[in-house]
Design a protein around this ligand. Structure first.
Ligand code: ATP
Length: 277
């Protein structure tokens, strides 16, 4: 295989740039030409393809976001869109493709591979950690560390005012960001979509911890369960303790990738190129 393509798709995640760098540099190492496709499948359909050189990926290993930018593209769900995507690959003589993204992006990669015979390798890049084929997805570690930083700060102020903090974290239908950031921050309660919860039980736990001398409570709630505002409203109806909602939001998607994500990106990127080879 002499010429490969590379795109990032779906939600961005810290470490995508490090993976782009790894794919480009590994490809060049193996004597391949590497083409970057901007804006995910949208760029593949609209033919925004550019050659990538060694220096195209200088100084990006430490940057959040994705240099190639990303998009959600409904046209890729249609046969016409898929055919146009394949035509772009053929036009540029691109023989294999690396797709960095989440489960939706993987479904697109599967279509290209199984329906159109394009050798395609997926790199699991999403903060959600909701893909089965890996222990950790790219960006998850950095996102959890961002959550930890914010929860630590919330703990300070919640303790001073003896409040209950409801912190909403991302993850779509997966509770991993909530679970890991909750355990690592010492949250009293973690609510994930995978396990049913009862507000009565939560109030019992808050009361028990206060009786044991605690001055604050952190409840980490995955977005797949409920938003922080709604959760706090429901909880406040059951307790006299002051409940404050915080939605961490898109901050989780940005920032310089952690060492763990940079290492994962280097390994994923190199392996993807080796598999295509
Ligand atoms: P994240 O988990 O971070 O949201 P993701 O990759 O799951 O990332 P999606 O928006 O679900 O993000 O998918 C990205 C893109 O993949 C879609 O916009 C679409 O272009 C393509 N895609 C998703 N599902 C399919 C499918 N069944 N067939 C072809 N393409 C698909």
């Amino acid at each position: 295989m002499k010429r490969i393509g590379l795109l990032t798709s779906g939600g961005d995640a810290p470490g995508m740039n490090a993976a782009i760098r790894a794919v480009v540099r590994s490809g060049i190492y193996f004597g391949m030409e590497v083409y970057g496709i901007e804006r995910g499948y949208a760029g593949l359909i609209e033919d925004t393809v550019l050659p990538m050189e060694m220096r195209s990926v200088s100084n990006i290993v430490q940057c959040g976001g994705t240099k190639l930018r990303t998009a959600r593209c409904l046209e890729m769900l249609t046969e016409e869109g898929q055919k146009r995507a394949v035509q772009t690959l053929e036009k540029h003589g691109i023989e294999g493709l690396v797709v960095i993204g989440g489960d939706g992006s993987f479904r697109g990669a599967k279509v290209l591979s199984e329906k159109y015979g394009v050798p395609t390798i997926g790199i699991p890049g999403t903060i959600d950690n909701d893909l089965e084929y890996t222990d950790y997805t790219l960006g998850f570690d950095t996102a959890v560390n961002t959550c930890l930083d914010i929860i630590n700060k919330l703990r300070d102020t919640m303790t001073s005012h003896e409040r209950v903090s409801v912190v909403e974290v991302m993850g779509r239908h997966c509770g991993d960001i909530a679970l890991y950031s909750g355990i690592a921050s010492g949250a009293e309660i973690i609510v994930v979509p995978e396990i049913a919860f009862s507000m009565d039980e939560i109030v019992t736990r808050i009361n028990r911890s206060r009786a044991n001398g605690k001055h604050s409570n952190i409840i980490v709630v995955a977005e797949g369960v409920m938003g922080a505002n709604e959760f706090a409203k429901q909880l406040q109806a059951f307790t006299t303790h002051s409940v404050r909602p915080t939605c961490i939001g898109h901050v989780q998607r940005g920032g310089s990738p952690s060492m763990a994500d940079r290492m994962l990106a280097a390994q994923f990127g190199n392996k993807a190129v080796r598999l295509l080879k």
